[in-house]
Design a binder for this molecule. Sequence first.
Ligand code: ATP
Ligand code: MG
Length: 427
Amino acid sequence: MTKQIQPIRGMNDVLPSEIGVWQYLESSAREILAAYGYEEIRVPIVEHTDLFKRAIGEFTDVVEKEMYTFTDQGGDSLTLRPEATAGIVRAVISNGLLRGSRLKLWCAGPMFRHERPQKGRYRQFNQIDVEAIGFAGPDVDAELIALTARLWKKLGIERVRLQINSLGTPESRRVYREHLVNYFRQHESRLDADSRRRLESNPLRILDSKNPEMREIVAGAPLLTEHLDPESRAHFDTLCVMLRDVGVEFEVNPRLVRGLDYYTRTVFEWITDALGAQDAVCSGGRYDGLIAQLGGEPTPAIGFAMGVERVVELLVQAGRAPARQAPDVYVVVSGELATKQGVVLTERLRDALPHRRIELNLGGGNFKTQFRRADRSGARLALIIGDDELGRGMVALKPLREESGQSECPIAEVASRIEAMLADGRR
Ligand code: ATP
Ligand code: MG
């Protein structure tokens, strides 16, 4: 036998039995985003490698070791997007969408990071990504966070909590950086290899270390919040007031830094205790410097990305996965003429009842087989098209989910009869 081709580690198939909960999340998010005035944008999955190096930062985990980078046939270095913001900002600049206007955009799709695959951490994973570009906040910061809180409520997700922090401006961060480097130097012998390397390149990232042995040292580190510039402090205080006023609960976590370099001021993360180590389900923040950094007009902006696989898992755990949708009607065909007519009559029925799910028995089978399929399909009604009845211009209908006999009906009336029977069964 020919050897089967294996799937790629960390890249998952979403099977039909699982798709309902994905679609439920996607349609709920779509609805809320539209209600807040966000518009969808679709950007390529592949970009020039330089875009991500410049946007995300050379000394981040993502750029240092997680990117899927390759040289294409033309010799260009390209990268499968590890996150969406860089590509969206690139698109906004290259299409000249800015020019003094403000943009509220969202994008959904797969991202790629070469991480160690485990539960909740994959190499291809999906994000719903939302960006508000041209707004300095803090009003938009509060609104964006309120939007995420509304989505949890709509989805029925309760086991999440919000953490917020301010990273200040690049200037205030430089001052803080010095304090931090001094502190970590005092403990240099206890730093792991990654952290020692970062001490030079990106000391703030040490705070985000996933190594449990680093926890104690990190816990003693000076706090960024103690070095905030007055404007960032005021921005953050107003955000806190606004969140309290709209009734979104939060904790200030002064050690919350984000994995990507481009953040300034407000950062936030929704975390859960329901998914083990992979506890972040939605993360975001303000990136006031990024657009200029990528060659656009200086423009303030804020955004977040939601990890779809992790939210899907929360929905499954909370029993919020919608049941698979069964057909309303299963069409059974019996006899040579009926089999020939089956496709035509079913198509006419679909014309008449465009919102009904109607499944035609395909590929033959005797009466018993077809009824077994009808039953397994979960359909509420069977429509039976038989040669004898057809000769008289009739078909038959049989409820499948209740004890009730088969009844005949003229072909011309079948659509209205089906509607009546489906409505009747619901009562
Ligand atoms: P983590 O701390 O879990 O590595 P991150 O800080 O790298 O997350 P972001 O880059 O902010 O994550 O991405 C936003 C969201 O995307 C995360 O909150 C998480 O829900 C999801 N996410 C990130 N990486 C993965 C992954 N490898 N597999 C599945 N979901 C992911
Ligand atoms: Mg990560």
